[in-house]
Design a protein around this ligand. Structure first.
Ligand code: GDP
Ligand code: IMO
Ligand code: MG
Length: 440
């Protein structure tokens, strides 16, 4: 009997750690895969038999025909994006009838053109200032904002035309000051949608998530909860204000998937790269590029090229940094991570010595070993590094990679149970994890 029934999978850094690949891999053994936060700011890449699929809203278990994929109420859902994703998967013969494979909570909030409009308008106004977050421009922040304002629109609201129009009016009224009368008129007309068409698509997928998951639990379904973004982008615990607008740590799975009884019993996997990347603004102490440090600039460029570090959602080049174990240790503690999936070590193979940040030095010379809350303070600190000999192969047979893994485990106090060594589904080692008293 496998002692681990349910898993929650989280990004442990600033997103794009390889969550899609790990979820796809683990979905071979899961019955249900559930997204619980974020929206189509996520871009999760899967490689199966040389073919790449990028998913933004549909859970990354969808390529396994036996799975049911659920979009929980903690997610914000752009209906146009979901329909496009469904169509692409149908064209690729992943499924015929979407409602056989995809379920969506009736309480999930929807992203409308006004949300995207506000996101883009705010960001362009803030360009070149500290207020510029570098969002994905997908309307994620404003959608969570209207939810908190109690002016949001949920999937269930799409099924009653009069009710929907009234809600759109109420939402728009809150944002009148952001736009000219003409702009507002345009956004409003874009929000007048063919509700009958949407109803036809979404109605067969609708679920009451709590009773659905409760039923799944009774039937013995094995559930995999798929996080988006990463712990360092969490609204409470990340590098605020340079964060996303949702909660990316493990308790969020209990809320966003609406059945905490199962998530409480789940093991939490934190996905981390062997190095670090970040897209958008915000502090990044171990950043290699842009600091003009001898040798680092070139190495950063090389990692970006070999690791194909360009955003799966926006195509933006990702910022590259040395591994930051202070941030990762903080992520393990704050997000309740039990085990680590260490990805993309293969990108560093053959590149020579590799640095790992193990503390930050403050200006007064004292050493800071936890992750500071103040982003400005962080910018003034100097990372303290340990240097590791480079490896030829990113698997435990290579003594240098093994040494790096051992160090990571010691530092974090949790085992590295999965090792990714390439983008393909099967380029992954699942370790027995008996070390550090782990039973999986
Ligand atoms: P996610 O947002 O966490 O799902 O990650 P992304 O899909 O945005 O970015 C991760 C990228 O790394 C994708 O292009 C993956 O195909 C790729 N990838 C994932 N795991 C590995 C790995 O172990 N090695 C290599 N070389 N690439 C990987
Ligand atoms: P996955 O799931 C990396 C970043 C944006 C920006 C900040 C806020 O693929 O790992 P938002 O549009 O959410 O308001 O942007 O968060 N961001 C991500 N970075 N991977 C992601 O998702 C991200 N989703 C948002 O770049 O800095
Ligand atoms: Mg991504």
């Amino acid at each position: 009997m496998n002692p681990i029934k349910h898993r929650i999978l989280l990004g442990a850094q600033w997103g794009d750690e390889g969550k899609g690949k790990v979820v796809d891999h683990l979905s071979a053994e899961a019955d249900w895969v559930i997204r619980f936060q974020g929206g189509n700011n996520a871009g999760h890449s899967l490689w199966v038999n040389g073919k790449k699929t990028v998913l933004h809203l549909i859970p990354s278990g969808i390529l396994h025909p036996h799975t049911t994929c659920i979009i929980g109420e903690g997610v914000v859902m752009d209906p146009g994006v979901l329909i496009k994703e469904i169509t692409q998967l149908q064209e690729a013969n992943v499924f015929k009838k979407a409602s056989d494979r995809i379920k969506i909570s009736e309480r999930t909030h929807v992203i409308l053109p006004i949300h995207r409009g506000i996101d883009v308008a705010r960001e362009s106004k803030a360009k070149g200032t500290k207020a510029h977050i570098g969002t994905t421009g997908r309307g994620i922040g404003p959608a969570y904002e209207t939810k908190a304002l109690r002016r949001g629109i949920r999937v269930i609201d799409l099924f009653d035309g009069a009710h929907y129009s009234e809600k759109v009016e109420m939402m728009m009224a809150e944002y009148a000051h952001h736009f000219t009368r003409e702009e507002l008129g345009e956004l409003k007309s874009q929000s007048v949608i063919d509700l009958e068409y949407w109803k036809k698509i979404f109605e067969p997928m609708l679920i009451d998530t709590t009773s659905y998951l409760k039923g799944g639990e009774a039937q013995g379904k094995k559930m995999l909860f798929e996080g988006a973004q990463g712990v360092m982008l969490d609204q409470d615990h990340g590098t605020y204000p340079y964060v996303t607008s949702s909660f990316t740590t493990s308790p969020s799975a209990g809320i966003g998937a609406a059945y905490p009884k199962v998530t409480r019993a789940a093991k939490v996997v934190g996905v981390a790269k062997a190095y670090v990347t970040r897209v958008g603004s915000g502090p990044f102490p171990t950043e290699m590029l842009g600091k003009h440090v001898e040798g680092e600039e070139k190495r950063g460029e090389e990692i970006r090229k070999v690791g194909q570090e360009f955003g799966a959602t926006t195509g933006r080049p990702r910022r590259i940094g040395w591994q930051d174990l202070v941030a990762l240790k903080y992520a393990v503690d704050v997000a309740g991570i039990d085990e680590i999936a260490l990805m993309k070590g293969d990108v560093l193979s053959g590149m020579g010595d590799f640095k790992v940040c193990v503390g930050y030095q403050k200006q007064d010379g004292s050493l800071w070993k936890t992750y500071p809350a103040n982003a400005d303070e962080l910018l003034k600190m100097t990372p303290q590094y340990e240097t590791f000999p480079g490896w030829k192969k990113a698997t435990p047979e290579d003594p240098h990679y093994q040494k790096y893994i051992n160090y990571v485990e010691q530092f974090l106090g949790v085992p590295v149970t999965f090792i990714g060594y390439g983008p393909e589904r099967d380029a992954m080692i699942v370790r027995d994890g008996k070390r550090l008293g782990h039973e999986a």
